[in-house]
Write a protein that binds this ligand. Structure first.
Ligand code: GLN
Length: 531
């Protein structure tokens, strides 16, 4: 029977609960245990697919095509767990299911209520994940902060589960903030005490408190937290700010976190072995042999979370090349207003990520023109491929005002357009081309050089496609179609003949990159940039 670790957060949001949960997963895996992770999100959207990046940050896509919270990205990067739509439970999903059952008559005669119907649905979602899969530990992260109204049903569900499963089967890790107050010259434990107090009111007593801090937490402060929060001294575990998130598992191990979990849950496993992680990831991050500057040209540049997986995949590419990565984040609207050169001169590689809507598009096209003409390594992803195609059509093939029908429905040259089947789609939720599709790669191309195989599977999230009508003329002008879907013949990867490294793909390679196993396209992109 699987055991459960429930991760909650207090005091403020953005404490890195996702990284903490992923790190716990990594630590347990390093002891030979099989883990999976679930993110519970209290919002009413069924999934984040319909949310703006300003609201939600990146939408992470799984193999099975679920549009999920970006924390699932951390889980997949830190562990080998294979995540699916079931690994992200939202309030919207829970209510959708309960209301559907109610309409079918499944609860005939009863009043349908938050307790027990909603909480049961949450509990089933959590326990279903491990059934029949030989999983030792399920790590369940509850989004939001303790005390939020929306999070209450989830907390009630884990309270019940903890009780039903029993001590050796379920524990709670509460992540809090221990701030440093400059004027007082000391760190403060009160917010942590209050947050644990709120948790206790709901009936949950934490077993471990993870204290986020920007400096060392003294022995006295730890003892104070232990005393007032009613946990063992050794269960107050500091997690101090680090330069790289990939240091977190190791630091938590040094603080004794995995030993404590193993003891509390009576897990049967070996000692932890993080040597691969140390050698293949951390040492290479700490001792780079060179430096590389990559420009990311997008329109949500001020937000840290919008291009999360892209930034991480670039880090992985840098690790694989033993180089230090400097990312220059450039707002495509700035380029639109002035010149590409002003912002891009001197960078060694240019990446244009995915996106939706017309705002900022012309700036992206200018950036791509600059990369093409100045022979700067270029990686385009999803919308980045579509804009690369538009740029090529306009500036190389002479198709004036060529565009995607997403931005100009009446364009004379719709080089990117909707498939017939997409034209019929009216609903916005989960109706894009989503998840894993095969792509066949032609030999003798940059893509083949990177992947070193002719069949790959990559994750998708888009509606628009390359319009095959323009394939011939683009080919004649020097565009290479190096990757194609074998069933639908849809274009998946394009390259340029007359360029050292120009690759753009319709799929999202960033979702499959890991710190110890950089995605081949990101690895080769950085390699080309270093040249
Ligand atoms: N807006 C484009 C489409 O829907 C690209 C999507 C993306 O970049 N993820 O096809």
């Amino acid at each position: 029977m699987a055991k459960y670790i429930f991760v909650t957060g207090g005091v403020v949001s953005s404490l890195g609960k996702g990284i903490a949960s992923a790190s716990v997963g990594k630590l347990l895996e390093s002891r030979g245990l099989k883990v999976t992770l679930i993110k519970c999100d209290p919002y009413i959207n069924v999934d984040p697919g319909t949310m703006n990046p300003y609201q939600h940050g990146e939408v992470y896509v799984t193999d099975d095509g679920a549009e999920t919270d970006l924390d699932l990205g951390h889980y997949e990067r830190f562990t080998s767990a294979k995540l699916t739509k079931d690994n992200n439970i939202t309030t919207g999903k829970v209510y959708y299911s309960v209301i559907t059952k109610e309409r079918k008559g499944d609860y005939l005669g009863k009043t349908v209520q938050i307790i027990p119907h909603i909480t049961d649905e949450i509990k089933n979602g959590i326990t279903r994940i491990a059934s029949g899969k030989n999983i030792d530990v399920v790590i369940v992260e509850i989004g939001g902060t303790v005390g939020d109204i929306e999070g209450l049903p989830f907390l009630e569900a884990i309270r019940q589960l903890k009780l039903e499963l029993g001590r050796e089967y379920a524990i709670n890790i509460h992540v809090t903030l221990v701030p440093y107050i400059k004027s007082a010259g000391e760190i403060k434990t009160k917010p942590t005490q209050h947050s644990v107090g709120t948790l206790r009111e709901i009936g949950i007593i934490p077993d471990i408190i993870l204290c986020r801090a920007d400096r060392e937490i003294s022995k006295e402060a730890k003892e104070k937290i232990a005393l007032f929060c009613n946990v063992d001294k050794e269960a107050v575990i500091p997690t101090i700010d680090v330069k790289s998130i990939y240091e977190v598992p190791l630091n938590l191990h040094k603080e004794g976190l995995d030993n404590l979990i193993v003891r509390l849950l009576h897990l049967k496993c070996g000692d932890s072995d993080l040597s691969d992680w140390e050698n293949n990831v951390l040492k290479r991050i700490r001792c780079p042999k060179s430096e590389v500057t990559i420009a990311v040209v997008g329109k949500y540049i001020t937000l840290q979370d919008t291009y999360k997986s892209i930034y991480e995949a670039l880090v992985h590419g840098a690790i694989a090349n033993d180089t230090r990565l400097l990312i220059k984040k450039i707002d495509s609207e700035d380029i639109e207003k002035s010149s590409a050169e002003k912002y891009l001169k001197g960078v060694q590689g240019i990446l244009v990520p995915g996106g939706f809507g017309y705002r900022g598009i012309e700036g992206k096209i200018k950036a791509i023109k600059y990369a093409r003409e100045n022979k700067i390594p270029f990686l385009g992803i999803c919308l980045g491929m579509q804009t690369a195609v538009i740029e090529f059509a306009r500036n190389v093939c002479g198709m004036n005002n060529a565009n995607s029908t997403e931005f100009d429905e009446d364009t004379k040259y719709p080089v990117i357009s909707l498939l017939e089947e997409q034209k019929k789609v009216k609903d916005k939720g989960a109706t894009m081309r989503l998840g894993e599709y095969e792509c066949r790669i032609s030999k003798g191309t940059l893509a083949y050089e990177a992947y070193k195989k002719n069949s790959i599977l990559e994750r998708h999230r888009h509606r628009y496609e390359f319009n095959d009508k323009y394939g011939e003329v683009m080919k004649k002008n020097g565009m290479v179609f190096s990757g194609v879907n074998p069933e639908s013949s849809l274009v998946e990867i394009v390259e340029l003949k007359d360029h050292p490294w120009f690759v753009a793909c319709q799929f999202h390679p960033e979702f499959k990159s890991k710190p110890d196993k950089a995605h081949p396209l990101f690895r080769d992109f950085i390699k080309a940039a270093l040249k």
